[in-house]
Ligand binder design. Structure first.
Ligand SMILES: NC(=O)c1ccc[n+]([C@@H]2O[C@H](COP(=O)([O-])OP(=O)(O)OC[C@H]3O[C@@H](n4cnc5c(N)ncnc54)[C@H](OP(=O)(O)O)[C@@H]3O)[C@@H](O)[C@H]2O)c1
Length: 353
């Protein structure tokens, strides 16, 4: 098998993308320790394209517009037609606080803002970032369907949706993609979203494929995170679990080297790709972080190795935890004044996504 980039059709949309995608949340700075270097970020995006990546994932909330703007800048000089831009909709922010808002009005405004920041006339994959419990899913879906019919978006996605929410969405709109957390340590979607996606011919964009850097092999017991870096409050990076996950990474790295002559990073991304109709989102903000892409291509994980991987996880991660810490909390509703109907109040989401 060669080392050319694998590709996949995004659902039945006719849009084809690379199976490794660049994630640009960290490039936005927010929740990753502050602003990234602009030149370095642009170089990272261009180097992703040079390495065969076509899908670039971003969102308005990543740096409150900054990530989308940088993606727009990086692709503006002749690269737009070589890229599949995936972005999102349905989170708003005020004074650094984030709220879900999947209303038709919000989406109609946001899509124009995103097109402008991205310096383009179309978005290739447009996701609803988080389901909004205050807006009927069918309302949100209906607006995306219209944008799709107008040609402003080429494929429709949802993110962080359950299969039931996906079904509700599909009653009002075509759906091509679901974006969910998925990696060797966070496998919750195996039980529901992944089988459902397979049954409905949806592509799964797996986010956190490197488990926020844990599965790269770079983390050490004394690694510290600065500023607003979300890993400072990620329970996998904190005692008592951090040593367990580090032990698992060490054993997985041994396995990868012994069986395949690869690193744990390559094993982690290959594992995501071998699970079904998936795309692995690889977050990076430095061009050299993408160099190991070549080690992911041209091989597969066999059954025996899979069993060994599962055994390692069982033996080392005795106190596993999922990615729930990133999920926005259920919103509080305002207390009803004696004689008035209560109005739902938008409460801030935790720093996530
Ligand atoms: N839909 C959603 O709700 C949602 C939620 C989360 C993420 N996402 C998307 O998924 C993308 C990927 O997820 P993620 O960024 O959270 O996490 P990730 O891809 O699991 O991890 C990214 C981090 O891993 C480290 N890394 C990458 N390559 C490396 C290498 N070669 N050597 C050492 N370290 C390396 C970098 O950390 P340092 O920069 O610190 O070195 C990088 O920022 C995001 O960028 C975003 O596009 C979507």
């Amino acid at each position: 098998m060669g080392r050319t980039m694998e590709t996949i059709e995004i659902g039945a949309s006719g849009v084809t993308a690379s199976r490794i995608a660049l994630g640009t949340w960290a490039i936005g700075g927010w929740m990753w320790g502050g602003n990234s270097d602009l030149g370095e970020s642009i170089y990272t995006i261009r180097s992703a394209i040079a390495r065969g990546i076509t899908l670039i994932d971003t969102a308005p909330v990543y740096g409150f517009g900054r990530s989308e703007e940088i993606v727009g800048m990086a692709l503006s000089e002749g690269l737009r037609d070589r890229a599949i831009i995936a972005t999102k909709v349905g989170l708003e922010w005020r004074d650094g606080q984030v709220f879900r808002n999947g209303s038709a009005r919000r989406i109609q405004r946001e899509v124009e803002d995103s097109l402008q920041r991205l310096r383009t006339d179309r978005i290739d994959v447009y996701h609803v970032h988080w389901p909004d419990p205050l807006v009927p899913i069918e309302e949100t879906a209906g607006v995306l369907r219209k944008l799709f019919e107008q040609g402003k978006i080429r494929a429709i996605g949802v993110s962080n949706f359950s299969p039931d929410q996906m079904t509700a969405f599909q009653s009002a709109s075509p759906l091509h993609v679901v974006q969910s957390p998925y990696n060797l340590f966070e496998r919750q979607i195996d039980a529901d979203v992944l089988p459902s996606a397979k049954g409905h011919r949806l592509t799964v964009l797996a986010y956190g494929a490197l488990c926020r850097g844990l599965l790269t092999g770079r983390m050490r017991p004394d690694t510290r995170f600065t500023g607003d870096d979300l890993r400072g409050s990620d329970p996998k990076f904190l005692p008592p679990r951090y040593p367990q996950y580090l032990k698992a990474v060490e054993a997985l790295d041994d396995l990868a080297r012994r069986r395949y002559g690869k690193s744990v990073l390559a094993l982690a991304v290959r594992w995501v790709l071998d699970q079904g109709p998936t795309v692995a989102l690889w977050g990076a903000r430095h061009p050299e972080q993408l160099a190991p892409i070549r080690d992911v291509l041209g091989w597969h994980i066999d059954e025996e190795a899979r069993r060994e991987i599962d055994g390692i996880l069982l033996a080392t991660v005795t106190d596993p935890i999922g990615p729930e810490f990133m999920a926005p909390p259920a919103r509080r509703r305002a207390k009803a004044p004696a004689a008035k109907t209560p109005r739902p109040r938008r409460t801030p989401a935790t720093p996530s996504r």
